[in-house]
Design a protein around this ligand. Structure first.
Ligand SMILES: C[S@@+](CC[C@H](N)C(=O)[O-])C[C@H]1O[C@@H](n2cnc3c(N)ncnc32)[C@H](O)[C@@H]1O
Length: 259
């Protein structure tokens, strides 16, 4: 089966997925939150698994992703090339399903979420809320083009929660030294956005043409060199974490078996 025949739109990750693991190191604080939500589940399907970040070590995990480039970076042995919209598993096959930073890539979000509910008894989804404020300074001041892109891709957390019938929605404020290099990760380390390898691991950056990104990054470089950025963001430099709208949603059975 080819990646595109498997459903979804894997092309982005077949291109930007190369080298993904180097920049996208799972963060232990986010891992702890996800593992607590998955506690007690002995069988887990990781949908949009990518390189396998945040999978619990104490469960039997099957990784599902429509990108072969991503699955090739996954260290596990149980891997299935498929999109969330058509999971090749029977009803209630797993005690839990997890989907981390992936639902915004699914061409049919509602179908994917209903597949998660069909194949598992508990669902754990980590995503970003486009309605949340404040937004990252990088978008507000340098690259508003990312806003358009992200608002077109991400669905509000309230709509995802409703589709899942989630009983729990937990905020995850991003620590200042967050290790998983997705777009917002470097909010207190602005110089990291100057590195093209770091930018490439974020699908929003990767989707924008160099003619848009390069002048913006040149402006950031100049503002960092002159101290303009530091003066403008003195408040951020004193913070340990920031709530930028990332949320963990939990639906279905709890680890005690209640729905
Ligand atoms: C940002 S990565 C997240 C990977 C991993 N969950 C993590 O936390 O590192 C998004 C993943 O979603 C996958 N993806 C894209 N379209 C998908 C679809 N229709 N169904 C499931 N996964 C999809 C991509 O191939 C990519 O591996």
């Amino acid at each position: 089966m080819t990646a595109s025949a498997a459903g979804g739109s894997p092309a982005t990750y077949d291109v930007i997925g190369v080298g993904y693991r180097r920049v996208r190191q799972p963060d232990p604080r986010l891992a702890a939150m996800i593992h607590e939500a998955l506690a007690g589940a002995r069988t887990v399907v990781n949908v949009g698994a990518g390189a396998g970040s945040y999978e619990p070590a104490d469960a039997e995990v099957i990784a599902v992703d429509p990108s072969q480039v991503m699955l090739d970076q996954h260290p596990g042995h149980r891997k299935t090339l498929a999109g969330a919209e058509e999971l090749p598993f029977g009803d209630d096959s797993f005690e839990a399903a997890m989907a981390v930073l992936t639902v915004h890539h699914w061409p049919d979000l509602h179908r994917g979420l209903s597949e998660l509910r069909r194949v598992s008894r508990r669902q754990v989804v980590f995503t970003w809320d486009p309605q949340h404020l404040p937004e990252l300074w990088l978008i507000e001041e340098y690259l508003p083009e990312i806003r358009q892109l992200d608002h077109a891709r991400f669905t509000s957390v309230s709509e995802v929660a409703e589709a899942l019938d989630a009983h729990t929605v937990l905020p995850f404020p991003i620590p200042h030294d967050f290790t998983d290099g997705f777009q917002v990760a470097h909010w207190r380390r602005p110089e990291l956005y100057l590195d093209p390898v770091i930018r490439q691991a974020s699908s929003s950056f990767a989707a924008l043409p160099p003619s848009v990104v390069e002048p913006a990054i040149a402006r950031l470089r100049a503002d960092l060199a002159s101290g303009v950025w530091q003066r403008r963001h003195a408040d951020l430099l004193g913070r340990d974490s920031m709530d930028y709208g990332y949320r963990l949603l939990v639906a279905g059975e709890t680890d005690r078996g209640h729905r």
